[in-house]
Design a protein around this ligand. Structure first.
Ligand code: PNS
Length: 162
């Protein structure tokens, strides 16, 4: 049986922190779907469109054969059921992530009991990293080259410098 994992998030934009989790998940599962999802709290406030976010992810995951990118506007549980995924993979940074992630893991388990949420602890160099921090630094003209892959850096700088 092929083990499919879904890695959901806003990815606005994808960072080295996300990429680290994606690469590690790709070693654990047969197939990993990076799911650009709608976070109701962030609707209409994103810097990149769904299509742009998907394209940025595609560009930085080209080296991973068992990784693909998709998007979904609806319940994650619904998507898991449709694709037969057995896991949701999330990165956990600090304790501050825990309560929110724990709540989502429990809700998703209730909605779709056939999938487990798997938390991967972020590597120490990405502890502080989030798309929001990257956006804030870029908007203020700071150097984000240590936070996002080089192949998508110009696109992000251009958009956030606008
Ligand atoms: O990167 P984010 O914004 O923290 O990701 C949050 C996301 C998109 C994974 C979460 O909002 C989500 O799963 N949205 C899909 C809608 C859904 O299923 N909501 C109920 C989750 S318990």
């Amino acid at each position: 049986m092929r083990r499919i994992a879904v890695c959901p998030g806003s990815f606005d934009p994808v960072t080295y922190g996300h990429l680290d989790i994606i690469e590690r998940a790709a070693k654990l599962f047969d197939k990993v779907i990076i799911l650009v999802s709608f976070n109701p709290k962030k609707r209409n406030t994103t810097a990149f469109t769904i299509e742009e976010r998907m394209e940025l992810i595609l560009r930085v995951t080209g080296h991973l054969e068992n990784v693909c990118v998709d998007c979904h506007d609806g319940l994650l549980a619904e998507y898991l059921e449709r694709t037969g995924a057995c896991a949701i993979v999330k990165g956990l940074r600090a304790v501050s992530d825990f309560e929110y992630e724990f709540q989502m893991a429990l809700a998703n388990k209730k909605l779709y009991p056939n999938a487990e949420t798997v938390f991967l602890t972020t590597s120490s160099e990405n502890m502080y990293l989030s798309s929001s921090v990257v956006k804030e630094i870029a908007v203020l003209g700071g150097d984000i080259s240590g936070f996002v892959p080089a192949e998508i850096l110009p696109d992000i700088v251009r958009r956030l410098g606008e």
